[in-house]
Design a protein around this ligand. Sequence first.
Ligand SMILES: [Zn+2]
Length: 101
Amino acid sequence: MNASELRLAEISDRTEGEKRDDWHSDPPDSCDYCQKSMSDSVFFVDGKVRDSIQWANMCPDCFFVYGEAVRWGAGQLYQQVDPNEWLMVAGFPPDDSDSFA
Ligand SMILES: [Zn+2]
């Protein structure tokens, strides 16, 4: 992994991701910024562009340049578990089942 991927690995929670079992339904072929193929990447962020209302699919390097954050409402982090199979591993939605506990 490169430096950007290592930084994302630190905030990823594979255990929680597997519990939630939330897979990206339509993963991108390439990064919206550098056009790098996602097939070689461990992570990508589907997230908000900093100082913008737009969202983008960003490879790890581009996320740290253009992305805002990984959290609900700002960006979701996906990890490639199998070829073109991407599991959400951070930026989870709020757990509604806790609201009525
Ligand atoms: Zn990129």
